[in-house]
Design a protein around this ligand. Sequence first.
Ligand SMILES: [Fe+2]
Ligand SMILES: [Fe+2]
Length: 275
Amino acid sequence: MADTALPTTLADAAVTVLTTPDAADKVRLTRAFAAAWRDGRITEVGVASPPARPARPARPELRLPRDMPKRRKAQSVAGRTALLHALAHIELNAVDLAWDIVARFRTLPDGTPLPRAFQDDWVMVADEEAKHHGLLAERLAALGAAYGDLPAHDGLWQASEATAHDLPARLAIVPMVLEARGLDVTPMMIDSLQKAGDAAGAAVLQIIHDDEIGHVAAGRRWFDACCAALGLDPQDHWQTLVRRHFKGDLKRPFNRPSRDRADFPADWYEPLGVG
Ligand SMILES: [Fe+2]
Ligand SMILES: [Fe+2]
């Protein structure tokens, strides 16, 4: 992309990705805008209104979670395709979720403007989510499939809408419940891909897992900053917000070593764990 096509502000860049429907375009623009932010071709944060829902491609067909076909065993090609497709869908949502944070939130809860380190973190997250979607799209292509071929579930944007009013709530749910859950389940998926002889797919999931530790850590860091601004105990407040905004259960087993690496201690989530 030529420099002349770059948005002037980071907020415009975020809204450009959010209002772009095509998945490959979202990925390409995200990687270009993130690089431009890192190397100083975009410097201003700016102000722009993110859409309530991001633009999405015509395919995949979005269904309610309860209408999704049951996940097959990862050992078959169809099962691996379904797994990688579901993950590609999650990563595309994650691209939009990261840009939504960049565009939507300007201050800590006490009105202090968010420092540049905040935008740096969430642009880095958006960039890595775009990388993840791209890697999964390559693995789908190797299996003769493409993102959009299968239905995908439409529950993922709900967490964003439920927490659009409140940065600490957004951080409590998106990185610190949903992305942390990814740390718990990915090692089992890596295992099943390895057993199926899909070393390349397993390697992609390992990259994703390792990057996601940084996303959970960024969530924890900015959640703490929000709680410091509010004068609240972060562990108590996280538990309160999870009970208030997260409809599901925090399912055991937790991947404690990976959560520890994200500086997310067990005494925060263990009291809310089930199973
Ligand atoms: Fe990701
Ligand atoms: Fe992530």
